[in-house]
Write a protein that binds this ligand. Structure first.
Ligand code: AMP
Length: 473
């Protein structure tokens, strides 16, 4: 989980990157960074904290140039350390390089050991630095960026959406299965590559399309080109992006996330109807689902829990105790809407079960008579190795437990998780094109000790590039 952006714009880029990162803040709150290039020099700034805490106008003014990349970080691989903040900047054979990545590699240890055996050093524990090493390793022999990305797509195992800037040329590429999102947009005078379409919207730009799995996009003085490096008949888009992670107003690989969640809400009603006084979302993650449930059932949508907007995600708390207290501060019940009522409580997912149990407790304290919990994802039974920060199997409440057991533990009156078939139908991309690892325990890439069914990937030789767009400088 991380957000990335790359922009080329004749009018300067630092403020645009800042606004785009702001729109992607939900993808990572631990650190933020921007690198820009003015034709000869690299300007960079990064730090721990939210985008608005890391940057101010003076800092942004100092980030000169018409091309740049940015990153917001939510740690998966690599500890919470300042040196792990991205973009990762370095010079290689007089070429000034900056790179940022969203995803998680599953063979980083092997790759790292291989480089270290050859005497290479690392100054961070991130996958991003490893990707940079694979790129420079290939550049040192062929000198060609396209070859270097080709090599990345062959040796990197896992998920990776990458933005990269080499001497002011902007690149973006996505792993051959398209696990993490990446899209293209046009602004008045430029081009943007970003994790989610909401970053394009934030700049008043127009959405062009998703970067294809296995595709390399190159944006330089002449315009924008595409090189399809790897092809697979199947994709493996992260299903959890639709369930929880992406913003509801994002369009991911052709599907508007809001619509998907609305449909899931309707399906939750079809699968598990109940007689109740109101449908209440867990804000904000359950809202679109609850509207769908209400529309399908005719039961009024009544907000009964109000969220404190100034509170970060409860997952940021490091201990269980802190997490439990945080839920209470984050959500306040509206007693009048709950007293003596039977309520359908709708949320996106249950991970550890802490949030649901606490919320149900709060609602019962406020007088709710019955709480029928409806969840927009099937039970999460397995960890994610491909970029979503999920706890271990042991901490997942649904792992090894029947739904009835989970219901009892979270103290709900009734509980239903949407079925995987209904979820897949709501997304509309076909099950074969989705990574369902956290729901099934079967992954689209090989992972030691886990079940997997990796689709075949073909690599396209040659350097033919499709010209997408031409613009002057
Ligand atoms: P819990 O069951 O207490 O672990 O919390 C689950 C809630 O946290 C869900 O309803 C989501 O809204 C949210 N959530 C789910 N997955 C994540 C994640 N990987 N990081 C942060 N929040 C999450």
């Amino acid at each position: 989980m991380c957000g990335i952006v790359g922009i080329r714009d004749a009018g300067g880029v630092s403020f645009s990157i800042y606004h785009a990162l702001y729109a992607l803040q939900h993808r990572g709150q631990e650190s933020a960074g921007i690198s820009t290039f003015d034709g000869t020099r690299l300007f960079k700034h990064k730090g721990q904290g939210l985008v608005a805490e890391v940057f101010d106008s003076a800092i942004l003014e100092a980030l000169e140039g018409n091309v740049g990349i940015g990153h917001v970080r939510y740690p998966t691989t690599g500890a919470n350390r300042p040196e792990n903040a991205q973009p990762f900047n370095f010079v290689f054979r007089d070429r000034i390089i900056s790179i940022a990545h969203n995803g998680n590699l599953v063979n980083s240890r092997e790759l790292r050991e291989e480089f270290e055996r050859r005497g290479q050093i690392f100054c961070s524990t991130t996958d991003t630095e490893l990707i940079a090493k694979v790129i420079t390793d290939e550049m040192s022999t062929s000198g060609c960026i396209e070859d270097a990305v080709h090599r990345c797509m062959r040796v990197l195992k896992g998920s990776y959406s990458v933005v990269m800037m080499i001497d002011g040329v902007l690149y973006g590429f996505r792993d051959p299965l398209g696990i993490k999102p990446l899209c293209l947009g046009r602004t008045e005078k430029g081009i943007i590559i970003a994790s989610e379409s909401v970053a394009v919207d934030a700049l008043g730009g127009s959405f062009l399309r998703d970067v294809l799995p296995g595709e390399l996009i190159c944006i330089d003085d002449e315009g924008m080109r595409s090189l399809q490096i790897a092809r697979s008949s199947q994709r493996a888009h992260c299903i959890f992006e639709y369930i929880y992670f992406a913003r509801a107003d994002a369009v991911l690989d052709g599907a508007l996330v809001y619509d998907v969640r609305l449909k899931i809400g309707e399906k939750l009603h079809e699968e598990a109807p109940v007689c109740a006084d109101s449908v209440c979302p867990v804000p904000d993650s359950g809202t679109a689902y609850a509207i769908g449930y209400s529309a399908g059932s005719g039961i009024p949508f009544v907000e009964s829990l109000l969220k404190n907007r100034y509170m970060g995600r409860t997952f940021i708390m490091s201990t269980q105790n802190e997490r439990e207290k945080a839920v209470r501060i984050k959500l306040n019940p509206i007693r009048k809407h709950l007293e003596g009522r039977s309520v359908v409580l709708v949320d996106d997912s249950i991970v550890r079960g802490t949030t649901s149990r606490r919320i149900i407790g709060i609602m019962r304290d406020a007088g709710a008579r019955e709480i029928h919990v409806r969840i927009g994802s099937p039970p999460i039974i397995a960890p994610c190795y491909l970029g979503v920060d999920m706890p271990t199997r042991e901490e997942l409440i649904a792992n090894g437990r029947a739904e009835e057991d989970v219901r009892r533990r979270i103290t709900a009156t009734t509980l239903h998780h949407v079925t995987i078939d209904a979820l897949v139908e709501a997304i509309g991309l076909g099950r074969e094109n989705l990574c369902t690892g956290c729901l099934t325990g079967c992954y689209p890439v090989e992972i030691a000790g886990e079940k997997s069914a990796p689709p075949a990937v073909d690599y396209v030789d040659g350097t033919y590039q499709t010209k997408l767009e031409t613009f002057g400088t």
